[in-house]
Write a new protein. Structure first.
Length: 93
């Protein structure tokens, strides 16, 4: 389980192998417009797993990365909604 604070170890120009050495294997890998995008779900205490996206340029070097807070909050809303359904189901039984 990679921690979100490990993003601080990333540097522009790193290779995919360098990044895997820090964060491990990505949850997803996508090729889009000649760029490779890695998706990670990185753990943060008292928050849970946050989605992080890393973009490699055409030369295979790390160009940019971000944590998608909007996606994280949408995921949290789904968990709350699912929990309410489970609670209601348990009350009805």
């Amino acid at each position: 389980m990679a921690m979100i604070k490990r993003l601080n170890e990333l540097q522009p120009g790193m290779t995919e192998a360098d990044v895997r050495g820090i964060l491990g294997d990505p949850a997803q890998k996508e090729l889009k417009e000649g760029r490779t995008i890695f998706k990670y779900d990185l753990f943060k205490w008292f928050h849970g797993f946050k989605p992080a996206y890393l973009v490699f340029d055409e030369a295979g070097q790390l160009a940019e990365w971000m944590v998608d807070e909007k996606e994280f909050h949408e995921r949290q809303k789904l968990w709350v909604k699912a929990f309410k359904v489970v609670q209601k189901t348990q009350k009805d039984d």
